[in-house]
Design a protein around this ligand. Sequence first.
Ligand code: SAH
Length: 237
Amino acid sequence: MKRLIFVIITGLLLNCSNNHSQKKEAWDVIARQEMVQTQIISRGIKDQNVISALLKVKRHKFVPKKYEKLAYIDGPLPIGEDQTISQPYIVALMTEKLELKSGDRVLEIGTGSGYQAAILSLIVQEVYTIEILPKLAETAKKRLKALGYNNVYVKCGDGFLGWPEKAPFDAIIITCATPEIPAPLIEQLADSGRLILPQGEETQTLTLYRKIGKNLKKEELIPVLFVPMKGIIREEH
Ligand code: SAH
C-alpha cells in the first residue's frame, strides 16, 4: 500500500514538472503559430516552405533580450547599432518571391540579426550572408552557429562587392535600401536567377528582378522602408 501511494505521488509530481516545462516552452510556439496565421497566411503568403520556416525559426533568439517578448509582433524591432530586424511579413514576402528550390545557393546582403538568413537556410542548400558592421556580423555568426544553422556562411564586409568566390547565386536578397543594384551583384546572379531589394532612398519599393541572359526583367511590388545601404554605394552618389 505504502509503495502504491509512493508511486502515485511520484507520478503526480513528475507529471506536474513535465507540464510546467511544457508550459515554459510553449509561449513562443503559440506566438509563432499566431504570427503565421494573422500576419503571414492572412496576407496571402502560400509557399509551404516559407510558412514552415517561419513556424520553426525562434525569432525571439534573434532580438536583444529586452525585446524577446515582443519578437512576434507585426513590425520591425531594433537590434542595436541603429539597425533593425525586418517585419515578419516582409521577410516572408521577400523569401516567397525568390521562388526558392532546395538545391539553391542564396546570397544575402545585410545579415543584421541573422533571422532572414536562418529562414532561408531551412529552404535552400547554402546561404551566404554579408554584414558591413563588424559587431552585428560577429553576433549573428555566433548566434547562427549556436542555433545549429550550419549551412549559413557569414562574412563581414561591404555587400556591394558580393562574394565573387562563391558565385553564381540562384537568388540574391538585399535587405538594405539602395537606389541601384550594385553591378557586381548582377554579375554574380546566375542565369534565370532572382534578385529582390528595397529600391530607392527616402521612398522605396520592394522590387524583384529576374535575370534572363544579359537582361533583367523588373517587377515592382509594394512600398517598404528599410535602413539604407552603407559603404561604397554612398561614395558613388
Ligand atoms: N536581414 C536582417 C535585417 C537587415 S537590416 C535580419 O534578418 O535581421 C540591414 C542590415 O544591412 C544592417 O545590419 C546593416 O548594417 C547592413 N548593411 C548596410 N549596408 C551594408 C553593406 N554595404 N553591406 C552589407 N551589409 C550592409
